[in-house]
Design a protein around this ligand. Structure first.
Ligand code: FO1
Length: 308
């Protein structure tokens, strides 16, 4: 069994490549839930949905989130009524949130609701929310305001300088029922090229998860989300610059060296391979930019080649 630690878009693309080169049921994805929100009374899990839609082959490749061929009539009507429409929920995507919310109100855990959703969409990979307990990523911005993650990310287009990130609920959150077990049993653990601060940070902060990954360090490979000092998508580079004082593959190595033995970096960063080694991780240099499913499959092959 292979376990991938996942945020949203970058992880979803990687998983798409991985399932092209291994038997999909042998893959388990543990997914961040710190981005989750309740809006219009609906329970929304953006990272779980991005991974689900991508593996179901119905993702919107232009936005990176949501469903292909989406329409927005409900949002338009909601806007006309004066309702909150800053977080765009497409007409098809809304069905996911209705389905999940109804199950959860009936007593299902997020893990169970996710299993029902992925089964209905024929997703061949097991998706595990990192926790069934509510956790919520909060972002402190330069003027001192503490924003909910989606307010920072979507409403303010992740343009505000960040001074701190914390995750509410981590002190009482338990890992999902199968999370520690699969980490202990995995043939290999792959840290996807997701934002280390706001995607993997909350996931690794759930009780026991970091310790379980450290215990499997020799079987764990991380893929850098930073290429040439910049993030492929989103605010990872700005956040690392603000919080760690730098944003290179070496910054990633410094964050991940206790968790993973190997760091996969892009050919654009080949000149930093030595510095990654000095930071305590074995560097592997390859193309990490997943412009096509074929490129994602090549990256997955490169990762598999370094797993024991
Ligand atoms: N991202 C946006 O930039 N704008 C949106 O309006 C938006 C809506 C949205 C709805 C459902 C969903 O699952 C994801 C959505 N996202 C949107 C993406 C989401 O904010 C991000 O993917 C993250 O949470 C960061 O990983």
């Amino acid at each position: 069994m292979l376990v991938t630690l996942c945020g949203g878009v970058g992880a979803a693309k990687f998983l798409q490549g991985l399932v092209a080169v291994v038997d999909p049921p042998s893959v388990t994805a543990i997914v961040n839930t710190g981005d989750d929100l309740v809006l219009h009374g609906l329970m929304i899990s953006p990272d779980l949905d991005t991974v689900t839609y991508t593996l179901a082959g119905i993702n919107n490749t232009e936005t990176g989130w949501g469903i292909v061929g989406e329409t927005w009539r409900t949002m338009e009507r909601l806007g006309q009524l004066g309702g909150a429409s800053w977080f765009s929920l497409g007409d098809l995507d809304l069905a996911t949130h209705l389905f999940r919310t109804e199950l959860r109100r009936g007593g299902a855990t997020l893990t169970a609701a996710t299993a029902a959703l992925t089964a209905a969409l024929d997703v061949p990979v097991r998706l595990l929310p990192v926790t069934d307990d509510p956790i919520a990523t909060k972002v402190t911005v330069a003027d001192g305001r503490v924003l909910d993650f989606q307010e920072y990310f979507v409403k303010h287009r992740h343009a505000l300088p960040v001074t701190a990130v914390h995750v509410e609920g981590l002190d009482v959150a338990h890992p999902g029922p199968q999370v520690l077990k699969v980490l202990g049993e995995a043939r290999g653990i792959i840290i996807a090229p997701s934002n280390p601060v706001v995607s993997l940070g909350p996931l690794l902060g759930v009780a026991g998860v970091t310790e379980a990954v450290i215990a499997r360090r020799d079987h764990t490979v991380a893929i850098s989300p930073i290429v040439g000092g910049a993030a492929i998508k989103g605010p990872a580079a700005d956040m690392l610059q603000a919080l760690d004082g730098s944003s290179s593959v070496v910054t990633i190595a410094e964050r991940y060296r206790t968790l993973a033995s190997t760091l996969v970096i892009d050919t654009a960063d080949a000149h930093l391979a030595g510095a990654v080694g000095e930071a305590g991780m074995v560097p592997v240099v390859t193309n990490t930019i997943m412009e096509t499913p074929a490129a994602a499959a090549d990256l997955a092959r490169a990762v598999l080649a370094v797993l024991p």
